[in-house]
Design a protein around this ligand. Structure first.
Ligand SMILES: NC(=O)c1ccc[n+]([C@@H]2O[C@H](COP(=O)([O-])OP(=O)(O)OC[C@H]3O[C@@H](n4cnc5c(N)ncnc54)[C@H](O)[C@@H]3O)[C@@H](O)[C@H]2O)c1
Length: 262
């Protein structure tokens, strides 16, 4: 298949490319210059450039949006919300049947759920809360939902918590919450984050209950805070790096840099 990736030059992009590059034709795009390690087709493109996204999407089978901007109010809206608008307009214009959207768990399972509940699943009523990142991403997801309903475009939304190196699922977030010294709960290893994108791109249509489906991308979590049953059952995604292996210090790969994934 021909895949257009938006915002693909960040942390997740290289892992999505690694998972898919031998199986699909990829056009990687981002607002930045390409990383020197990247050898495939590349286009410098902002997701807020609707005409540019439409042009780039010509002839594509799937669009994957990995773009995100977290801190600045206007930019977060332009990227996290309007980026999905550009993606959906492009899909509509070219009759592209599937898009893969991405974001953090709390664009759906915001504080009310996360602080007080457990067994959270991706089909709960969305409650993003007011945090800028979550809120703008939730609006972007809503844009996808409306286009999906009106134009029959299949939307698969992948929601992650933390993404980490497999040997460093324990790594503390600089300035972030201090959990147990040994692990950040709910972390997904980078290679598994990438294969989730691949699974979303490739899942046969008849496995999807509706045209707009959301998935939590987490390894198995013994405490049952988040439920990953749906992504395993529907997308057939199997995380390689589970919490048990982390606990047993099983993953000892020497660090390389993130863009080594290309
Ligand atoms: N990294 C994590 O731990 C994490 C956790 C949960 C969810 N996610 C989600 O995963 C996806 C990928 O995140 P990431 O970690 O790779 O983020 P990242 O910040 O590393 O990469 C985002 C990319 O978006 C690009 N971008 C910003 N503005 C753009 C614009 N106007 N046009 C085009 N591209 C633009 C950036 O240049 C960057 O390359 C996002 O949807 C994010 O919400 C990430």
């Amino acid at each position: 298949m021909k895949i257009l990736i938006l915002g693909g030059n960040g942390m997740l992009g290289p892992w999505a490319v690694r998972a898919m590059k031998d199986r699909h034709e990829i056009l990687l795009t981002d607002i930045n210059e390409p990383h020197p390690n990247y050898k495939g087709d590349y286009l410098q493109l902002s997701v807020s450039d609707v005409d540019g996204v439409i042009k780039a999407a010509e002839g594509m089978d799937v669009i994957v949006n990995l773009s995100v901007l977290r801190p600045h109010r206007q930019l977060a809206f332009d990227v996290n919300t309007m980026g999905n608008y550009a993606m959906m307009v492009a899909a509509r214009e070219h009759g592209i049947k599937r898009v893969v959207n991405s974001g953090p768990h709390y664009q759906m399972a915001g504080e009310q759920y996360e602080n007080w509940d457990f067994d959270l699943n991706p089909d709960m009523p969305p409650a993003a809360g007011t945090r800028l990142y979550a809120h703008t991403k939730a609006l972007g997801q809503e844009v996808c939902r409306v286009f999906s309903q009106r134009h029959g475009i299949q939307v698969i939304t992948l929601l992650y918590y933390n993404m980490k190196h497999s040997w460093d699922l324990s790594g503390m977030e600089p300035g972030g919450p201090q959990y147990h010294q040994d692990m950040i709960p709910y972390s997904t290893a980078w290679p598994d984050c990438g294969t989730a994108v691949q699974a979303a791109v490739e899942v046969p249509e008849n496995r999807l209950a509706t045209r707009c489906e959301t998935f939590f991308v987490f390894p198995d979590l013994p405490h049952g805070k988040f439920n990953n049953e749906k992504i395993k059952r529907v997308l057939g995604w199997k995380p390689r790096y589970q919490v048990e292996g982390l606990w047993n210090k099983e993953f000892r790969t020497p660090p390389d840099n993130l863009h080594g994934a290309f």
